[in-house]
Design a protein around this ligand. Structure first.
Ligand SMILES: NC(=O)C1=CN([C@@H]2O[C@H](COP(=O)(O)OP(=O)(O)OC[C@H]3O[C@@H](n4cnc5c(N)ncnc54)[C@H](OP(=O)(O)O)[C@@H]3O)[C@@H](O)[C@H]2O)C=CC1
Ligand SMILES: CCCCCCCCC/C=C/C=O
Length: 362
């Protein structure tokens, strides 16, 4: 019998998550039966979606949602032999017994010199999100100019690198100078620290004086509204995330850029819906984007990476091929590198492994 450690949501988050919102408990797992496997966690991920999804998918006392790379340590299912690695959505727990229906094997022939943790990053859900946002939503084309924010994150760093592989000009924004240097090393054309620039509006304009064909939106809120006037005609906006809003306890208001003259440059404010509870029903304020969208003929589309689930396996192979080309030096000058921060900690070291673990950054 195996005793698993699991982190539960002790109480729903109010504002920024706190250690006291989590509780560590032990669970005695049943012996796996025919068709089942016993998993042991190797890497757990902490992702922004947990903040909004916990609100809608979880009740207090539930084990924290999340994906992990796990090793099969007992198997009564021939599809998942002992020793193989899988990606599982079983949450923040050290062990789990399941029948394999929800498991994704990591790519066969995963190269030894590529860290398995990337199955939760560049060659996992965040990498897929970057790829689909660029190809399916932005329909990005060679020669176009792309803007991505939260650019040094798991999604953003892959977005910029794929856009470079496709022959685009890439502008990225990040919140520390170390991240800015990192993005320059990855081959981004223009990068700046949005926290220290005097004017976001001017910095965006200097980085791309002719404007942006594509905007990969990870941040939302004020940032987004400053970008809108700088979109080019027929521009496309892939609304991937709005991390600046996930911890809000009151809705953000909407004036952001310095008002200029003219209808297309002055953001409006306003209330959108009747107050209710929950992220999706909380009223949000303007500015409203309609005038920009109409007169610049923009396309703005929200998406979830799971929409293209049927393509995941082939897409993961494409991401892996780009990364392998980088490592072997056989690919284009700009091929994919794994933004790779692993914090080595025990399961008990969650939810703040940064404090309890050892960081490895490559
Ligand atoms: N639609 C989909 O299917 C998916 C959407 N997402 C979304 O993509 C976005 C990026 O995710 P991911 O790369 O995994 O995230 P990471 O956790 O890797 O990076 C998040 C970064 O966002 C930036 N950030 C945090 N808070 C703020 C804020 N208040 N204002 C501006 N920037 C902030 C920080 O970087 P910095 O220091 O540069 O500010 C932070 O490091 C998120 O919005 C996420 O919800 C992710 C996966 C799937
Ligand atoms: C229980 C694990 C579920 C994994 C869901 C992944 C959803 C990604 C969509 C992200 C949206 C915003 O961040």
């Amino acid at each position: 019998m195996v005793v698993s450690k699991a982190w539960t949501l002790h109480q729903h988050f109010q504002g920024f998550p706190k250690a006291s919102d989590f509780h560590l408990r032990e669970e005695t797992l049943p012996q796996p039966r025919d068709g089942q496997v016993l998993l042991e966690a190797v890497f757990l991920s902490v992702d922004p979606y947990m903040r909004p999804y916990s609100q809608t998918m979880m009740k207090e006392g539930d084990v924290m949602i999340g994906s992990q790379v796990a090793k099969v340590i007992q198997s009564y299912n021939p599809s998942f032999p002992v020793g193989c690695h899988v990606v599982s959505d079983c949450g923040w727990r050290s062990h789990w017994v399941c029948d394999g229906a929800e498991l994704t094997p990591v790519l066969p022939d995963w190269p030894q010199d590529i860290p398995l943790s990337l199955a939760l990053g560049a060659i996992g859900m965040p990498g897929l999100t970057a790829l689909y946002g660029l190809e399916e939503v932005c329909e990005i084309k060679k020669g176009e100019t792309l803007l991505v924010n939260a650019a040094a994150g798991a999604v953003g760093s892959v977005v910029g690198q794929i856009a470079k592989i496709k022959g685009c000009r890439v502008v990225g924004c990040a919140g520390t100078d170390t991240k800015v240097s990192y993005l320059k090393q990855l081959g981004f054309d223009q990068v700046f620290n949005y926290k220290t620039v005097t004017s976001l509006e001017e910095s965006l304009r200097e980085a791309a004086p002719h404007g942006y064909d594509c905007y990969f939106e990870n941040v939302g809120g004020k940032f987004s509204s400053v970008v809108m006037p700088q979109m080019r005609e027929y521009g496309r906006i892939a609304v991937c995330g709005s991390i600046s809003m996930y911890n809000d306890t009151t809705p953000q208001t909407g004036i952001l850029s310095t008002p200029q003259t003219g209808k297309l440059s002055t953001p409006q404010t306003g209330i959108l819906s009747t107050p209710q509870t929950g992220l999706l029903s909380t009223p949000q304020t303007g500015p409203y984007v309609h005038t920009y969208m109409i007169f610049k003929q923009l396309r703005m589309e929200g998406f979830l990476c799971a929409r293209w689930k049927h393509k995941h396996q082939q897409s993961l192979r494409r991401l892996m091929a780009w990364m392998t080309e980088h490592i072997t030096g056989t690919g284009p000058t700009t091929s994919l590198r794994g933004p790779h921060l692993v914090i080595t900690a025990t399961v008990s070291g969650m939810p703040d492994p940064v404090k309890t673990g050892t960081r490895t950054h490559t």
